[in-house]
Ligand binder design. Structure first.
Ligand code: HEC
Length: 140
């Protein structure tokens, strides 16, 4: 390969890498599925997390409303967002998220929480949530 072609190839790779990492995160496509799969069982009306905190992941508006004490997402600042700190396990062990649970079919209320344990979301999901908040926590 001539050196000119090499430069073109390197430029193209650099461009594509930058384009991929700058991709706009979509609430609908990227974030909502994470919340539905990992949080909704407790954080929708009727769930233990909703009952205790008032935080629901039912709709985008619910997520932005936060808990009954106030918002947990500061658009543009993942560092200042409680929700991000919880999923990064940077909070008190009793409120790191998502809380662990088991399903016990012998119980009337089937979801049993073993106390303070929390599960860690996959690294990729944490990264998506962090970027979504830093990009303005848009309803997109
Ligand atoms: C097994 C049930 C369960 C799951 C799953 C769960 N939570 Fe929670 N969550 C709780 C409970 C219970 C509380 C109340 C904690 C407390 O105050 O003792 C809570 C509290 C919260 C709060 C409020 C914390 C505060 O400042 O008081 C946020 C925000 C939150 N959860 C986010 C999430 C997110 C995001 C997910 C999914 C990634 C998730 N939770 C998954 C049960 C759960």
């Amino acid at each position: 390969m001539s050196s000119k072609k090499t430069v073109y190839a390197i430029t193209l790779v650099a461009f594509l890498t930058a384009a991929c990492s700058q991709r706009e995160i979509s609430y609908r496509r990227d974030i909502n599925p994470i919340f539905q799969a990992n949080c909704a069982i407790c954080h929708t009306p009727g769930g233990a997390g909703y009952a205790k905190s008032g935080f629901s992941v039912g709709t985008y508006q619910d997520v932005m409303k936060g808990t009954r004490y106030g918002s947990v997402v500061s658009p543009g600042s993942s560092v200042g967002s409680t929700l991000v700190r919880l999923v990064k396990h940077q909070a008190d062990t009793t409120i790191n998220m998502p809380k662990n649970y088991t399903i016990d079919l012998t119980q009337h209320d089937n979801i049993v929480m073993p106390g303070v344990n929390a599960r860690q979301l996959p690294e990729r999901d944490i990264e998506l949530i962090t970027k979504w908040v830093d990009q303005g926590a848009k309803d997109n």
